[in-house]
Design a protein around this ligand. Structure first.
Ligand code: SAM
Length: 309
């Protein structure tokens, strides 16, 4: 059984924010669309609560789960979270998006416990620019990328958020880095969420020019239908994927995703916060699995394309 929303879109993916705490302060961070709340470990879901929520989701046909944050590796029990979720029968794919700063010492253990794919945020290969954008040290992330590839993660995707005048002229350099490290480069368009209008207007750059360049270089172009119709450009020895959500009706038409916020609310759309469904409070109050599944169905019913034609 797979749930469909009122627009015929199947519900296949769950994106779970396992914490809102982060060890970086990225200028551009959309915080997964969560409203600004204080960093507070006390309100986070426990391992058992997360596993329970994902088990309900898998029972409703969701088969792909991505862990995010905040920074997921900030959770001391991240290996337990991975282990518990990976063991859920029916789950096909478990991945994580991380800033990579703490990855070097954790990569092997995460892989051994069932995490098989990683997205690592890497907006630039310039140490000073990286530090200015994120507050972190580029060297830590580069070591993390190496550790992830060596541990066997496949694919490792490098999430490069494109920022006008900051890193937009370094895409070819990043493609080369992806080729050398055996990773996939993912170009991401800046979204106007949890950032100021002024920052968005100064930094947003449409990705069309990269798509044009990639089309010319590609030996094959693939469309990930159930991943918001994203394009993957196969260049010789390296793949580049483009995430282009702004004013893209196809992106929303092919959205198959539901989110869980770090404080346990089902979130039907990255861009909206008026339609959340609290699942953690009823769970803590003893709601049975049937009731929890109803909450998923309600959240699914509230899924609506943000960009419509
Ligand atoms: N800390 C983790 C990380 O860095 O991957 C997980 C959270 S981060 C919010 C998840 C992804 O969102 C990152 O790949 C980042 O590049 C992307 N992202 C952050 N702010 C964004 C924005 N304003 N528009 C589009 N993508 C954004």
């Amino acid at each position: 059984m797979v749930l469909k929303d009122g627009f015929g879109r199947p519900l296949l993916n769950l994106r779970v924010a396992i914490t809102r705490r982060c060890n970086l302060r990225c200028q551009y961070c959309h915080m997964e669309g969560e409203e600004k709340l204080s960093d507070n470990a006390e309100t986070e879901m426990t391992v058992d609560e997360m596993v329970h929520i994902v088990r309900i989701a898998v029972g409703l046909g969701i088969s792909r789960v991505k862990l995010t944050g905040g920074e997921p590796l900030m959770r001391k029990d991240v290996v337990e979270i991975v282990k518990g979720i990976a063991a859920i029968p029916g789950l096909v794919d478990l991945s994580m998006t991380t800033n990579g700063v703490l990855l070097t010492s954790l990569a092997e253990e995460l892989y051994a416990n069932g995490l098989k794919r990683l997205n690592i945020s890497l907006p630039t290969l310039d140490e000073r620019v990286y530090n200015k954008l994120t507050g972190g040290r580029l060297g830590d992330v580069l070591e993390g990328v190496k550790a992830a590839v060596e541990a066997g993660f496949y694919p490792v995707k490098l999430n490069m958020l494109i920022l006008k005048g900051v890193n937009d002229y370094t895409v070819n350099e990043m493609i080369e880095f992806a080729r050398e490290t055996g990773t996939i480069l993912q170009l991401i368009e800046l979204e106007p969420i949890n950032i100021s209008d002024a920052y968005y207007h100064a930094s947003h750059k449409p990705l069309d020019e990269y798509e044009d360049m990639l089309k010319q270089k590609a030996v094959k172009v693939e469309t990930r239908q159930y991943m918001q119709s994203r394009r993957i450009y196969h260049l010789p020895d390296v793949k580049v994927e483009v995430v282009h959500p702004i004013e893209n009706t196809e992106f929303c038409m092919y959205c198959t995703r539901l989110r869980v916020t770090s404080d346990g609310k089902l979130k039907p759309c990255l861009m909206r916060n008026g339609n959340l469904v609290d699942i953690l409070t009823p769970m803590r109050n003893g709601a049975n699995d049937e009731k929890l599944a109803e909450l998923f169905k309600l959240a699914n019913h509230r899924r609506k394309p943000y960009n419509k034609s």
